[in-house]
Design a protein around this ligand. Structure first.
Ligand code: ADP
Ligand code: MG
Length: 611
């Protein structure tokens, strides 16, 4: 518990001790001692809420429920119902504390992330080691990273090799082996040996910083219901005050009730009419869910998305890196040319400039080839190309002329389930690479359970039809869309949306960022790529595909609990207000029922912290 929460708890405890003392001594001691003790309990118990109430008045330029409750308590004192006034404020403060608790839980997830950001770095300057603030590092700086310390910036290894714990950004607990030329990320931990690296990104641009920004955004991203309730609260407070004054004055004026009955019932209106429970219906539920999700490695960019998530009826999965592990392996390279060595070097050099998983696999396979100096350009969803010595080389799935003999070989490879990457010179196919990628083991189960939830699943890929069908069969997915460019993926998602579907798109951020952005909920697998953090609404840090089902179920539970809370609190308020008109509610009952319902609602929400 943080400091402020502790302080609040202490104030609340003092307040209840005073209330209990007052209740015990009131039959023995004279009236003023009772007044004094309850009064003190009210002031101490209500200190924080009064402060919050006043700050909110200044901020929103209007009244709020804090003010209502304080008015009600003062009213109770005016009519000599000291105990009720003090208890009202005590329970009100207690429910506030519970709400803060839910908040603190989800904020803890955030501060844990903030701690991720490294603070010191050992800079190598004119062959001397200088310790500096990590945030002062600039692109191009050379840094030494000792064993056991945090990598201070995103960069590349210059000397040495090591294994690095990247669990804080990938959720994967197995350390990753790194050698010269490999990328390292700030905030990750060097586990085995000292290495030297060069900084490639400013702190602002680093992966860790993007994760932190993502989570911070979540806190400013309310659900629609929350926004509605907040607006409602502002108006409703005045309605309750007006109703209370009306009840205090009108029936006595008309000679129906005595004035003291009127004032009493008016104060009951202030107590029971205020929407404490309603206001506490949604936010603690949202915060508890966000915190629950983040413990499972699911980062959600705010409560708004939890609301949509519960309504998802279509889940589209990207193939490479989402359904498959994204670690393809080359089976073979096949070329029909006279200058094979050059072509090998060319393929190696081109793919080396791409971050696509297929490209990485090819580079790994051809790592003993020579690197040529080529300037390349990458076309998302197609591949990579370059002009070298007057010839256009393309690697990917460009539209090219294909000879019959090559066509047969390619068809065969594709039918066997291989992904094929074409290699062409001047738009004529000269060979191809076949690769195979494993389907993630949990995919089949996840798809089956989504289908049981009546959620449609669709596979979407830029890869060829055969390879797509093959993977879809292994995954248990019936609908397949293949041979798509990034803009086609975008188009399919939008048209499903126009059909009235609520679409979740799950991708790895490579070649599917536009589709992620346009879907109702864009989910990025892994936090490795920067685009994914910017365009997606949810990130699965640990690549666990089961998280699709888990997050949808969590959202459904949250919406259900929020609905229970809203209905319950409205019914209680209505019942109490109605019975009060007939004088059926005495103040102690009003206080208990009203504040009790608020606490119940919050406790109901805190259930979402658990699975
Ligand atoms: P997916 O939709 O399955 O994630 P992509 O859209 O990333 O696939 O890529 C689609 C196809 O484009 C690949 O199957 C491959 O043929 C080709 N391709 C794209 N980029 C590259 C690259 N850098 N190297 C080789 N092939 C590529
Ligand atoms: Mg992909």
């Amino acid at each position: 518990m943080n400091h402020r929460l502790k302080l609040k708890a202490i104030y609340i405890i003092i307040s209840i001790v005073l209330i209990l003392t007052a209740t015990i001594v009131k039959s023995y001691i004279f009236h003023s001692a009772e007044f004094f003790l309850y009064g003190l309990a009210l002031i101490i118990g209500g200190y924080y809420k009064t402060k919050e109430g006043i700050l909110k008045i200044i901020k929103n330029k209007g009244l709020n429920i804090e003010v209502l409750m304080i008015l009600a308590a003062i009213g109770a004192f005016v009519i000599n119902e000291y105990a009720e006034g003090a208890i009202l404020i005590f329970i009100f403060a207690l429910s506030g504390l519970l709400e803060n608790y839910a908040n603190a839980k989800s904020e803890k997830a955030l501060t844990n992330l903030l701690n991720l950001a490294p603070d010191r770095a050992i800079l190598l300057k004119e062959e001397k080691e200088v310790e500096i603030d990590a945030k002062d590092l600039k692109v191009g700086d050379i840094v030494i990273v000792k064993v056991g310390s945090q990598v201070p910036a995103d960069g590349r290894i210059l000397f040495g090799s090591t294994s690095i714990n990247e669990s804080m950004i990938t959720g994967e607990f197995l350390p990753v082996d790194k050698k010269v030329g490999d990328e390292v990320f700030s905030g990750t931990i060097n586990e085995s040996s000292t290495f030297t690296m060069s900084v490639t990104k400013d702190m602002k641009e680093s992966t860790v910083q993007k994760i932190i920004d993502f989570v911070e955004k979540a806190h400013n991203n309310q659900t629609k219901t929350e926004t509605f309730i907040e607006k409602f609260e502002k108006i409703y407070v005045y309605v309750v005050i007006a109703l209370s004054i009306l009840i205090m004055t009108l029936p006595p004026l008309l000679g129906q009730w005595t004035l003291s009955d009127g004032v009493y019932r008016g104060i009951v209106v202030l107590v029971v009419g205020s929407p404490c429970a309603l206001v506490a219906s949604v936010s603690p539920a949202v915060l508890s869910s966000l915190s629950n999700a983040s413990r499972a490695g699911i980062l959600i960019k705010g409560g708004k998305h939890l609301e949509v998530l519960a309504k998802i009826d279509t889940v589209i999965l990207d193939k490479t890196g989402t359904i498959t592990e994204g670690k393809p392996e080359v089976r073979e390279l096949y070329f029909e040319v006279d200058d094979e060595p050059l072509v090998y070097d060319m393929v190696y050099s081109l793919e080396k400039q791409s971050t696509h998983p297929l490209a990485r696999a090819v580079v790994e396979f051809l790592k003993d080839k020579n690197e040529l100096t080529v300037t390349s350009s990458e076309i998302p969803g197609k591949g990579i190309e370059s002009i070298y010595e007057g010839n256009l080389y393309q690697v990917g799935n460009f539209n090219v002329e294909i000879s019959i003999s090559l066509k047969e070989r390619i068809d065969k490879a594709q039918k066997e389930g291989y992904t094929t990457v074409y290699v062409s010179r001047n738009s004529i196919l000269i060979g191809f690479i076949s690769l195979i990628d494993k389907v993630r083991p949990q995919v089949k189960d996840t798809i089956q359970r989504l289908n049981e939830l009546n959620i449609n699943t669709i596979l979407m890929t830029g890869d060829n039809r055969y390879s797509a069908d093959n993977i879809a069969k292994k995954a248990g997915i019936k609908y397949v869309l293949s041979n798509l460019l990034p803009e086609d993926k975008h188009m399919h998602v939008s048209s499903l949306k126009t059909e009235g579907r609520t679409v979740m798109m799950v991708g790895d951020g490579i070649n599917d960022a536009p589709a992620l952005a346009v879907s109702n909920i864009g989910v990025a697998m892994g936090s490795g790529t920067d685009v994914s953090l910017e365009t997606s609404d949810i990130v699965f840090m640990n690549n666990h595909i089961q998280n699709i089902e888990k997050s949808i179920l969590l959202a459904k539970r949250m919406n259900q609990i929020a609905l229970q809370n809203i209905v319950f609190s409205i019914i209680i308020i209505g019942l109490l207000l109605f019975s009060n008109i007939f004088g059926l509610i005495i103040l102690p009952i009003g206080v208990l029922a009203h504040e009790g319902s608020t606490i119940l609602v919050i406790l109901n929400s805190l259930r979402l912290l658990r699975n």
